[in-house]
Design a protein around this ligand. Structure first.
Ligand SMILES: NC(=O)c1ccc[n+]([C@@H]2O[C@H](COP(=O)([O-])OP(=O)(O)OC[C@H]3O[C@@H](n4cnc5c(N)ncnc54)[C@H](O)[C@@H]3O)[C@@H](O)[C@H]2O)c1
Length: 327
């Protein structure tokens, strides 16, 4: 199979590349390396079935050829992370909406019908105060122009772009609402909590918790996430659908910090700072983000293999190894 991954030098994209190369597929990655990195794809450089182009999907001259070549496309390229979103909402709007439209348009013009995954996010559920979310639940977003929600709005627009193309042109598209994903290659600089905590705990530095730490999240190992995405892309019943992807085990951020300190045998204290100090007055967090996974299970039989403890132990080990290499 020919697999095109936009944003394939990023965290999730690089794991998709690894999975498909291991399956014997041809993999073509395009990435502008804004949050992704060459380090993520280093293991595949030189692999005869792997090709990488550094380009911005907004200006990529080879998009039409690449899309026409592909049997499957994972569209993962996006401006991601709370910090980036607050710093540059204009880039978020351009990449996340115009970029997706360009990919969909190229697929339509390609005259060929590849399997397509469009990456959306649990953030689209917005302010909905339910404790867990099914795909049919209401989207609750603020009416005034609060820029913290830019990312969610762009991803919601992507969902509707995808459904419009799927409906009008009969394209085989699955929209995946990804919940918090963790694992190797994820970096903390853009506001991702687990890599930040692991780094802080391994160095015995204070773990920085925003707010009171009572907000809960459900973390899925990326090596499980990519299995779910692979199954969904190849599942005709999923085409034209939106599907939650994640792990439904839930933990508060405060308990997560304590767990990481405990598993690292670290002396790190917990340090609480307000959201206003971290991200400015405009920021609002959501209290719960737990996926309901009935639809994913019914479509694919998917069950995650990684427990949170196993993923954390793996990340702690990786962080220690990285520190040893630097020392
Ligand atoms: N990681 C999560 O928990 C999570 C949760 C919900 C949704 N998602 C979605 O999954 C996708 C992948 O996220 P990730 O966590 O791997 O983040 P990431 O930042 O590691 O990956 C995004 C990749 O896209 C690339 N990129 C950004 N703009 C680009 C452009 N204009 N042209 C080409 N490449 C560009 C970046 O360099 C990066 O490699 C994103 O669409 C994101 O919105 C991720």
């Amino acid at each position: 199979m020919h697999v095109l991954i936009t944003g394939g030098a990023g965290f999730i994209g690089s794991h998709l590349a690894a999975r498909h190369l291991a399956n014997g597929d041809q993999v073509y990655v395009v990435d502008n390396l804004s949050t992704g990195s060459l380090a993520n794809i280093k293991p595949f450089r030189g692999h005869p079935a792997f090709r990488f182009t550094e380009a911005d999907i907004l200006q990529w001259s080879e998009m039409d050829e690449a899309v026409a070549w592909a049997d499957r496309i994972y569209h993962m390229a996006a401006v991601v992370g709370v910090k980036k979103v607050l710093e540059d909402p204009v880039a978020v709007m351009a990449t996340n909406m115009t970029g997706t439209e360009k990919v969909l348009r190229a697929i339509h013009h390609g005259g060929w019908n590849p399997q397509v995954i469009i990456a959306s996010t649990s953030e689209v559920y917005g302010f909905n105060s339910k404790s867990s979310f099914a795909e049919t639940d209401d989207i609750v977003l603020p009416s005034a122009g609060r820029l913290r929600w830019t990312y969610a709005i762009t991803k919601l627009a992507d969902e509707f772009l995808a459904f419009s193309y799927a409906r009008k042109y009969g394209l085989n598209i699955v929209v995946v609402r990804l919940f918090n994903t963790i694992g190797p290659n994820q970096v903390g600089h853009y506001g991702m909590v687990v890599p930040s905590f692991v780094k802080q705990a391994v160095s015995n530095d204070p773990l920085t918790i925003y707010g009171e730490g009572t907000q809960t999240r459900s973390f899925c190992d990326v090596r499980d996430t990519v299995v779910a995405l692979d199954y969904l892309a190849g599942c005709p019943e999923a085409w034209g659908e939106v599907v939650n992807v994640g792990n439904d085990q839930e933990i508060s951020i405060c308990d997560l910090a304590k767990l990481i300190v405990q598993r690292t045998h670290s002396t790190s204290p917990l340090h609480f700072i307000s959201y206003a100090d971290a991200y400015g007055e405009e920021f609002e967090d959501v209290t719960h983000r737990r996926p309901e996974l009935n639809k994913l299970r019914a479509l694919t039989g998917f069950a995650p293999e990684w427990t949170l403890n196993d993923t954390l132990d793996n990340l702690i080990e990786n962080e220690r190894a990285k520190n040893l290499r630097v020392a």
